[in-house]
Design a protein around this ligand. Structure first.
Ligand SMILES: [Zn+2]
Length: 340
């Protein structure tokens, strides 16, 4: 906007619509004790020199303030907030209820209210991860009519299958097939998918960073996105969803996924954790780090590929389901060690 731009606005002093000159300035507004500086424009009355700013410019200033607060606090953008109800085919009030919020909360954010970090993180999460949304939707389906639930489920499932990342589709398949919502188990199962894919296909199914956390290998982005602690197992999606997702994988990918569901997911999260603690990818990544020390050390794809190629040869695995032979041997080893 030009500094000398002219417009009309209502002047309180002159009590009339007057010609105003639009000038640029910087505004500083305090919010929760933090000063936010942002560019604004305001109108100056040509008659009395008082402030008289057109409504549309006041709205722009408000948006500039909101942008400044959002940028400073890492708050979800208005674009993402507006996109979610459309993408997942759900009204703003039902969405608010599904998220466990007050009925008007999402509407207020759509209208420009700035969400707190807590709300923003949830919106970011379901905006980034269709699987996260699908889990929340299933967990709170009582909040919706059956028709609204089915409609949103269909839309989010479609989005997951067409635009979701590979690791999310694999995770959705495993959750649907195992019916377990243990985040610890899911992370290990993904890790074995990764390993067996590397050994049998020569490449991973997904390229997400894997880290050597205290309780075993973890894909941190997925860990953050799927808040499984709040998911009740009885509300996990079932067979119907599993079958639909299954169609998005190739036959060779499916052979691997079925092998993991049958021969790895049958062990408790604790056993899986202890097996990964015996394996070189996790051990090497944590070299020099004590057992209970938090670490974000990476387990590289090469480390995974080398290890699983080696055990494929050592255990004479002919097909992915032979991972069962290795798992059994590792369980025996754990049992023997616990007797010592
Ligand atoms: Zn005036």
């Amino acid at each position: 906007m030009d500094e000398k731009c002219m417009a009309k606005a209502y002047c309180e002093q002159c009590r009339d619509f007057v010609d105003v000159e639009i000038v640029a300035a910087e505004e500083i507004t305090m919010l929760d004790g933090v000063p936010y500086a942002y560019p604004v424009h305001y109108g100056v009355c040509r008659h009395c020199g008082g402030k008289a700013t057109p409504d549309e410019i006041l709205q722009e200033n408000q948006r500039a303030f909101i942008d400044a607060v959002r940028a400073h606090n890492g708050i979800v953008s208005q674009r993402v907030i507006a996109n979610i109800p459309k993408r997942y085919c759900i009204g703003k009030r039902p969405l608010s209820k599904v998220l466990g919020w007050g009925e008007q909360t999402y509407s207020r954010f759509l209208d420009g209210d700035v969400p707190s970090r807590y709300y923003s993180d949830i919106i970011e999460r379901i905006g980034r991860s269709p699987l996260a949304y699908l889990l929340v939707l299933h967990s709170n389906k009582e909040a919706l009519s059956k028709v609204a639930f089915e409609k949103s489920k269909r839309a989010s499932l479609q989005f997951l299958m067409s635009a979701g990342s590979m690791i999310e589709r694999v995770a959705a398949y495993i959750l649907a097939r195992t019916g377990s919502a243990s985040p610890l188990a899911l992370q290990k199962e993904l890790y074995y998918v990764d390993g067996v894919a590397n050994a049998f296909l020569g490449c991973p199914l997904f390229f997400e960073r894997c880290e050597a956390w205290v309780r075993g290998p973890v894909y941190p982005q997925l860990w953050k996105d799927l808040d499984l602690r709040n998911v009740r197992e009885e509300s996990l999606f079932g067979e119907e969803v599993a079958q639909e997702i299954e169609d998005t994988f190739s036959e060779s990918e499916l052979v691997i996924l079925r092998a993991i569901v049958t021969h790895v997911a049958c062990y408790s999260p604790f056993v899986l954790q202890n097996i990964t603690h015996k394996e070189s990818p996790w051990l090497d990544a944590r070299a020099g780090i004590s057992n209970d020390e938090a670490s974000d050390a990476e387990i590289t794809e090469d480390a995974i590929k080398n290890y699983f190629s080696k055990i494929k040869a050592d255990y004479d695995m002919q097909q992915p389901s032979d991972i069962g032979k290795y798992m059994q041997a590792m369980v025996v080893r754990l049992q023997e060690e616990s007797k010592l």
